[in-house]
Design a protein around this ligand. Structure first.
Ligand code: PEP
Length: 248
C-alpha cells in the first residue's frame, strides 16, 4: 500500500508574509488528514519561516531545488544540509523549468539527488516530456533516458518520482486519467528494470500538470498514480486543501 504524497510547488511566488498566512489558513483545513503525505515547497527565502510554522504539524517542507556541494566557493547556491537546518525533509530536483531554463542535465540532477539523500532528505525527482515528443510517440524512450541518468545509485527509500508532462504544466490541459495511468505504468515497469521489483512496488509516482480540485479524484483513482505535484492550484489554501483532502 503506497501512501499518496501531494506536494505544492509555489515556484517564484509568495513573500514570507504570504507563506505564513497560507500556512495559518491551511493547517486547520488538513489537520485531520491522515491518509496523504502533504508537502509545501516555497521559495528559498520563505523556507525558514515556513519551517517554524510547520514544526510539529502533519505537513512537510521541501525546497524547489538545491546544489550538490556542501560548502565552499559556490556563490548563490544552497546545500542540502542548509535546507535541513531550516526544516526541509524533501527537495525537488529536475523540474522541467530547471531543465529548460537552467540547462540541468540528468547527470547533474543525479549529483543533486545523491547529495539530498546523503543529507537525510527525500528527493522528489521530476521527469516528463514536451508535446513534440508525445506527438512523435517517443515519450517512453525519453522518460527511460531521464530515469536511467537521473536515478543511478539512489536510495529508493528516499525517493519519490513526479511525472509531469510539460504540455500539461500551467496550461490547464491535464493528462487524462488513461494517459496518466499508461505512462505511470511504464515508469513503474522501467523502475523495476533498473532498480528492482521491490523498489518498483513501493515507489510513489506523483502526477503533475494542471491538477485541480475538480480533477484530482479521477487522477488519484489510477492504480499507478500515488499523489500529485501541484503548481497553480496550490497557491490558495482552500484549493490546495480540497486537493489533499480528495479522499473526503
Ligand atoms: C508544476 O509546475 O509542477 C505544475 C504541475 O504546475 P501546474 O499544476 O500549474 O500545472
Amino acid at each position: 500500500m503506497r501512501t499518496p504524497c501531494i506536494a505544492a510547488n509555489w515556484k517564484l511566488q509568495k513573500t514570507v508574509a504570504e507563506v505564513e498566512a497560507f500556512i495559518d489558513a491551511f493547517l486547520p483545513l488538513v489537520k485531520d488528514n491522515t491518509t496523504v503525505e502533504i508537502v509545501l515547497a516555497p521559495v528559498f527565502t520563505a523556507l525558514h519561516a515556513a519551517g517554524k510554522k510547520l514544526a510539529g504539524s502533519n505537513v512537510g517542507l521541501s525546497s524547489q531545488d538545491v546544489y550538490h556541494e556542501e560548502k565552499g566557493a559556490f556563490t548563490g547556491e544552497v546545500s542540502p544540509s542548509l535546507l535541513m537546518d531550516v526544516g526541509c525533509k524533501y527537495a525537488i530536483v529536475g523540474h522541467s523549468e530547471r531543465r529548460e531554463y537552467f540547462n540541468e542535465t540528468d547527470e547533474f540532477l543525479n549529483k543533486k539527488a545523491k547529495a539530498i539523500q546523503a543529507a537525510g532528505m527525500t528527493v522528489i525527482f521530476c521527469c516528463g516530456e514536451p508535446l513534440s515528443v508525445r506527438e512523435s510517440g517517443k515519450t517512453n524512450d525519453l522518460l527511460a533516458g531521464q530515469l536511467d541518468g537521473g536515478l543511478k545509485g539512489l536510495d529508493t527509500n528516499k525517493l519519490i518520482l513526479a511525472y509531469e508532462p510539460i504540455w500539461a504544466i500551467g496550461t490547464g490541459v491535464t493528462a487524462s486519467p488513461e494517459q496518466a495511468q499508461e505512462t505511470h505504468k511504464f515508469i513503474r515497469s522501467h523502475i523495476e528494470k533498473i532498480l528492482g521489483a521491490d523498489a518498483a512496488a513501493s515507489m510513489r509516482i506523483q502526477y503533475g500538470g494542471s491538477v485541480k480540485p475538480g480533477n484530482v479524484k479521477e487522477l488519484m483513482a489510477c492504480e499507478d498514480v500515488d499523489g500529485a505535484l501541484v503548481g497553480g492550484a496550490s497557491l490558495e489554501a482552500e484549493s490546495f486543501a480540497q486537493i489533499v483532502n480528495f479522499g473526503g
